[in-house]
Write a new protein. Structure first.
Length: 241
């Protein structure tokens, strides 16, 4: 029995994503269980057959070996033109249908139509994604407009959540992305976002500083990279909803 086939069985049977470490633990647990049964039967005087070599070999299964097995699965799926693939998400590996079959799969859900996000909502979400956890005041300092409506829409769509309170006067709420955000955009972590490392280091306007007044080239670069031209960021109405 191959490790790749065992991993495939676990992923299909599980209702939730499985990280590599958990898959490896489950495989080792099965080997340990078989060894315990053999020891118990031997102690009871029963003629316990030796465990097969393939099963004993699985006792050394590691997260790295699981990842290699998943790569083998995906290669086999691609070679045989299967309609699904295994993709890693923040909570682990999961079987997904391939994107090219999306139009057919969508027929299963005729009442669910794709919702487009507005430009202001995407800008607000981008700021939160790159600079999380972040306060509403900091978001508004970058965008130059009130963001209450946009934040509420993102909360309602479960793309962001309240991640705690900042150690600042008034203890303002901190916002961060959710697991659904990663699922929606097909990424595993914030590090998978374009230029994530650089943009998370760039200094952004302070809450009391209007973005249009930012003259620091790095600030202007950061605003543009997340879809907000620094020179025009304050041209929008301050009553977005």
């Amino acid at each position: 029995m191959q490790l790749s086939a065992i991993v495939e069985a676990l992923l299909i049977a599980s209702q939730n994503p499985l990280p590599s470490e958990e898959i490896a633990r489950l495989v080792r647990a099965r080997v340990a269980e078989a060894e315990d049964v053999k020891i118990r039967e031997t102690e009871e005087g029963q003629d316990a057959p030796a465990l097969p070599d393939w099963l004993l070999a699985l006792g050394a299964t590691s997260a790295e070996k699981v990842t290699e097995a998943i790569a083998e699965l995906n290669h086999a799926y691609q070679e045989s033109q299967r309609a699904f693939t295994v993709i890693e998400r923040p909570k682990g590996w999961k079987v997904f249908t391939r994107i090219e079959y999306g139009d057919f799969v969508r027929q299963l859900f005729p009442g669910r139509k794709p919702e487009r996000m507005s430009g202001p909502a995407m800008e607000t979400l981008a700021i939160i994604a790159y600079r999380q956890p972040i306060t509403k005041a900091a978001i508004e300092a970058v965008r130059g407009v009130a963001c209450d409506g946009m934040i509420q829409k993102l909360l309602d769509r479960d793309l962001i959540r309240i991640g705690g309170r900042a150690e600042l006067p008034g203890r303002p709420l901190l916002y961060e992305t959710t697991d659904l955000f990663f699922e929606h955009f097909g990424i595993r972590s914030i590090d998978d976002l374009p230029n994530a490392t650089e943009l998370r280091k760039v200094k952004l306007p302070e809450p009391e500083q209007a973005p249009a007044a930012a003259t620091d080239p790095e600030q202007q670069l950061a605003l543009g990279a997340i879809g907000i031209p620094a020179a025009a960021a304050s041209d929008e109405s301050s009553s977005e909803s």
